[in-house]
Ligand binder design. Sequence first.
Ligand SMILES: Cc1ncc(COP(=O)(O)O)c(C=O)c1O
Length: 309
Amino acid sequence: MPVTHVRPRPPVLSLIGNTPLVPLYFPAENRTIYAKAEFLNPSGSIKDRLALCVIEDAEQRGLLNDDSIILECTSGNTGISLAMVGAAKGYKVCILMSDTASVERRYLMQQFGAEVRLFKATEGYGTGIKLSREMAAADSRYFLPRQFENPLNAQDHEEHTSREILSQMHGLVDAFVSGYGTGGTITGCGRTLRAANPRMKIYAMEPAEAAMLSGEMPCCHLIEGVAGGYVPPLLRSAHIDAPIKITSADAIAMTRRLNHDFGLLVGPSSGANVAAALRVAGDLGPESRVVTILCDRAERYYSTKLFQP
Ligand SMILES: Cc1ncc(COP(=O)(O)O)c(C=O)c1O
């Protein structure tokens, strides 16, 4: 019989969370944006929080044992984070990923020892999710974190990320801007931030080419990690004041600005978030305190448009 137990948390996992929040002053716009540096989590993205939280919760509930394989369908960052936490805690990890996600993501997961299986992007994200459920139904060793439905995803941001923001901003936040992939970040942070200040505005950044909250059809865009082709279930309970559309070109341009002018080596969704936050701050005025998220590191985009002149 496999033995179920809670494995100790290795030191690397204590580096997750409690990320810095940096003010970024944009002279041309005369606005300051407050950016939560989630790319400083140990595997390089905000998804480390989710990976640690769901794996430790599964341990507590006796869902993981020595034979377990953590299986998730993900466009990338969650896979890297699960692979990292799996490596640190000694669990096998298998990731199902669309063949259009950047190749660096695949290499990083494999470097952590995870198995990566690709499915065709043309078959849609639903294909990967269906495949993961079929695999889990056929083999009891698989444990599915189910990031798109798991309430812990939003709950962890509600209890940690947003409380860190409130403390770092001394409770003074006028607006919060975030893209959505699973919707966990914006749903969870939004709950705590609005409870602290009901007049605070919550804005959802979405690619102009896949502006689903704006009622448009999803199409291809270059802001990896967000707007994966459908409005995620977690987002249904979110309070969102308005969506903000950012084109892929503007996202890449702002990401390069963050790279060149601020020395922040972050990826395209961070650029898109900051571009959206600047638009909000433009409306709210020079003294406004608009907070957004720097989601992940630029190194996982070497093969993409971001690094092409
Ligand atoms: C690269 C990346 N990862 C993760 C997230 C957060 O997405 P969610 O919490 O909605 O899954 C975003 C959102 O902006 C992102 O761009």
